[in-house]
Design a protein around this ligand. Structure first.
Ligand SMILES: [Zn+2]
Length: 357
C-alpha cells in the first residue's frame, strides 16, 4: 500500500480557525458556505455550485465514474433566534438545534438584524446576580423562560430595542471562544466545522500531491444538519456511497477519544451500512490509521437524513472525537489528522461497493 499524501497542517488549522470564527447558526449559515466556497476556488478542477437549499456542492471528477461517491460535512451550527422582545428591552430566545441552555449560559453572542446590522450581547439568567437573588441563581431551571440576551446597546424597553432594528426572527450566534494549546483545539461548533476542515484538508493533500480521487466524488457541505434534514437533498442521484464526516461523541462509556478518528457503526438512527463500514476499517488498517469503533446513543447524522429522504446508497460515518459535544467542545490535532488521512484514503481507494462485505 502506497503512503498517503502529506497533510498541510498549517493550512488545516488556519482554515479551521477562520471557519470557527465565521458565525453560521442553522438557517443563517451562508457566511460559512461562502467561506468554504472561497477556499475551494484554488482547486480549479473542482466544479462548485449551490443547491437551491443553500448548501455547497463541489464535484471532483475521478479516474473512474462508474461508481461515483459523495462525502458530506455540515457548515451550520447550533444557535438561536429572537423569539420575543421583552418589556425590559432584553431578548427571549428560541433555540436552534439540540442543546440545553446550561451549555450557553454566560456566553457572548451576536444578534444579526434583518437589515444587516449586528449587535453584541450575552446570554444570562433573567435573575443572574447572586447578590440580588441569592441561592435562587443556583436553583433556577435553565429554560426558555429563564434565559435572555442582554444587549450591549442602550435599551431599557421593547421600543428601544425595536429602534435598534432588532425584531423577532433575527439570528443569534454564540461566540466560538476558540483557543489552540498543545495541539488541543477548544471551541464551540467543532461540530461540524472540524470535519469540514478535515474534508477540505484531504482534498488539498491529494491536490498538492498531483492525485485525483479513484471515483468522481461529490462533496456536499450542508446547511441544515443540526435540525435533522441537512443532506436530505443535494446528493447527486447516481452516487453509490455516502461518507458522512461528523464528530465522534466522547464521554463516559464511549470508546471514542480526542486523539483518534472514530467510525460510528450505530446511533439513534440504527446501524450504518455494514460492508461500507468494513471497507473503511480495512482501509484504515492498510494505511495504519488508528481509529476507534463506537456507538453514539443520542445522535443522528446527515447520512441518515439522506437515507430517510429515500437515498439509495451505502452510508457510513467517521469523524474526530469531540469532548463535551454541543457544549464547549474540544478535540486534539491528532484526531483531525487521522480523520483527514481516512478521508484521503477513501478518496484514493479503488475498492468497489460490497467488495469485502
Ligand atoms: Zn454535527
Amino acid at each position: 500500500m502506497d503512503k498517503l499524501p502529506s497533510i498541510d497542517e498549517p493550512h488545516l488549522m488556519e482554515f479551521l480557525s477562520g471557519l470557527l470564527n465565521t458565525p453560521s447558526p442553522t438557517g443563517f449559515a451562508q457566511r460559512a458556505i461562502d467561506y468554504i466556497e472561497k477556499s475551494l476556488a484554488e482547486f480549479s478542477f473542482i466544479q462548485v455550485s449551490r443547491t437551491r437549499k443553500g448548501s455547497l456542492l463541489a464535484i471532483w471528477p475521478g479516474a473512474s465514474n462508474d461508481a461515483p461517491r459523495a462525502v458530506t460535512a455540515h457548515a451550520d451550527t447550533l444557535g438561536a433566534m429572537v423569539k420575543e422582545i421583552k418589556s425590559n428591552g432584553r431578548l427571549k430566545m428560541s433555540a436552534i438545534g439540540g442543546f440545553v441552555w446550561n451549555t450557553v449560559e454566560g456566553e457572548g453572542c451576536t444578534v444579526f438584524t434583518s437589515d444587516g446590522r449586528h449587535y453584541r450581547g450575552s446570554i444570562l439568567l433573567t435573575e443572574a446576580s447572586s447578590h440580588v437573588h441569592g441561592k435562587h441563581v443556583a436553583e433556577t431551571k435553565r429554560e426558555d423562560e429563564t434565559l435572555e440576551v442582554r444587549l450591549d446597546a442602550l435599551t431599557s424597553s421593547a421600543s428601544d430595542t425595536r429602534g435598534l432594528g432588532i425584531s423577532v426572527g433575527d439570528f443569534i450566534a454564540f461566540d466560538p471562544r476558540l483557543e489552540i494549546t498543545n495541539g488541543f483545539v477548544r471551541s464551540r461548533h467543532l461540530d461540524d466545522k472540524a470535519c469540514v476542515a478535515c474534508v477540505v484538508a484531504a482534498i488539498k493533500s491529494l491536490s498538492d500531491a498531483g492525485l485525483q480521487p479513484a471515483q468522481t466524488t461529490s462533496f456536499l457541505f450542508s446547511n441544515y444538519e443540526e435540525v435533522g434534514h441537512g443532506a436530505a437533498a443535494g446528493i447527486p442521484s447516481d452516487v453509490v456511497e455516502l461518507l458522512a464526516v461528523d464528530m465522534a461523541a466522547v464521554g463516559e462509556g464511549q470508546s471514542s477519544d480526542e486523539f483518534h478518528p472514530s467510525i460510528c457503526v450505530k446511533d439513534s438512527g440504527g446501524p450504518y451500512h455494514h460492508s461500507f463500514s468494513q471497507k473503511l476499517r480495512k482501509l484504515a488498517d492498510e494505511y495504519e490509521i488508528s481509529y476507534k469503533v463506537d456507538i453514539y446513543p443520542y445522535y443522528g447524522s446527515d447520512g441518515e437524513a439522506y437515507w430517510r429522504a429515500g437515498g439509495d446508497v451505502a452510508v457510513a460515518l467517521i469523524g474526530p472525537g469531540i469532548d463535551a459535544s454541543h457544549n464547549y467542545e474540544r478535540t486534539h490535532f491528532q484526531s483531525l489528522e487521522g480523520t483527514t488521512q481516512w478521508v484521503a484514503a477513501y478518496l484514493l481507494s479503488e475498492m468497489m461497493p460490497g467488495e469485502n462485505s
